[in-house]
Design a protein around this ligand. Structure first.
Ligand SMILES: Cc1cc2nc3c(=O)[nH]c(=O)nc-3n(C[C@H](O)[C@H](O)[C@H](O)COP(=O)(O)OP(=O)(O)OC[C@H]3O[C@@H](n4cnc5c(N)ncnc54)[C@H](O)[C@@H]3O)c2cc1C
Length: 332
């Protein structure tokens, strides 16, 4: 069945912090936007790898947790109602006639825009699957915790041994009825102070063991855990968070004709333009002399890319957008 195309002014490929800010900036420039991300939640590396870590180098915030930064960015862009195409990879990108660029996702959604900002970071993020029970995905099994409150009163099993797994377990502890952290090795890879907090908490820690089966009818009801010694136990669980990490791969971007250097970066000029007319880049994915891969730098690049895209789309526009503080048209 053919789907209707999504027609917008600008496509932002990658809904990490930089892509979210690019979409907000596009709204300031009165451009309609679609944000595409292979992950089911926005936030890129921040949501996937360190949602509970404080970040100390975001301008205006002496310290802000990754999760709070992402929800602030999402709230900020909501004013301009971007279209989110999540859980889908931008697979094909090609210029067609009339200065249009067409993007097709791996799920067959066709997007037509006049300019693109690639904010693909270190590439398409794909969660590492939980070998047991993938049929429960979306029915109790998840890779993220978008809203801690959704787990109020639940028995939650978190799987993994890194920072994210420990962060989720600790964050859920005051909210869930019970939290069990299952790790297949004897030691955690997370920072020492997080592991200390974990052991001082009421989180039940099971090491040298794997989640071998998820059980339930409509959704997850129980989790079977098998130890290295072959012993098994079954715990009640209504939610399983598989925090087994992510793989990142530049993937389809390599096939778009956009120049790539050093295997994963896109060279840009001072306008953030790539070698393809109408296609800009911002954030970790860009490369130029003196490039620093930080969120604060990516925010600036996003503003530059979008302002230049705005002029490309409508040559009567000024490059300098004016000061947002002067604008009467931006309702708060
Ligand atoms: C543990 C850790 C701690 C960090 N701490 C800090 C810090 O304190 N301060 C700081 O400034 N920076 C920090 N960073 C770096 C910071 O997270 C990155 O600079 C930032 O995330 C880059 O943002 P981005 O939007 O460019 O890319 P990303 O956050 O990588 O987001 C890119 C998104 O694009 C998506 N994507 C890529 N290709 C496609 C495609 N073809 N189709 C659909 N989606 C696609 C990916 O799935 C991903 O969600 C840290 C990084 C890590 C790993």
């Amino acid at each position: 069945m053919s789907q209707e195309a999504i027609d917008r002014d600008l496509a932002v490929i990658g809904g990490g912090p930089v892509g979210l800010y690019a979409a907000y900036y596009a709204g300031l420039r009165s451009l309609s936007t679609v944000i595409i991300d292979s992950l089911p939640e926005p936030g890129g590396q921040v949501s996937a790898m360190y949602p509970d870590k404080p970040i100390y180098d975001i301008a205006g915030f002496p310290s802000i947790k990754g999760r709070d930064l992402v929800s602030g960015l999402v709230e900020q862009v909501t004013r301009f109602a971007p279209t989110y195409v999540l859980d889908q990879r931008a697979q094909v990108l090609q210029r067609t006639g009339n200065a249009t660029i067409e993007i097709t996702t791996d799920k067959g959604v066709l997007i037509r825009v006049r300019a693109v900002v690639i904010s693909g970071g270190i590439g398409t993020f794909t969660p590492r699957p939980l070998p047991a029970g993938s049929e429960f995905l979306g029915r109790g099994l998840a890779f993220f915790v978008p809203a801690l409150d959704a787990h109020a009163g639940q028995d939650v099993v978190v799987v993994g041994g890194g920072d994210s797994a420990c962060d989720w377990a600790l964050s859920l502890e005051p909210i869930a009825r019970s939290v069990t952290l299952v790790h297949r090795r004897p030691a955690f890879r997370a920072h020492a102070h997080i592991v200390e907090q974990l052991h001082a908490s009421t989180v039940s820690v099971i090491i040298d063991s794997e989640v071998s089966k998820l059980l339930g009818t409509d959704g997850v009801e129980q989790v079977e855990i098998t130890g290295k010694d072959g012993s098994t136990m079954t715990l009640p669980a209504q939610a399983v968070i598989a925090a087994l990490g992510f793989t990142a791969n530049l993937g389809p971007i390599r096939d778009w004709g956009v120049e790539i250097v050093g295997n994963r970066h896109i060279p840009v000029d001072t306008t953030m333009a790539t070698n393809i007319p109408g296609v800009y880049a911002a954030g970790d994915i860009t490369e130029y002399r003196g490039k620093v891969r930080l969120i604060s730098v990516g925010f600036g690049e996003a503003a530059t890319a979008v302002n230049n895209a705005a002029v490309l789309i409508n040559p009567e526009e000024q490059l300098f957008p004016g000061h947002s503080s002067d604008s009467l048209s931006i309702a708060v």
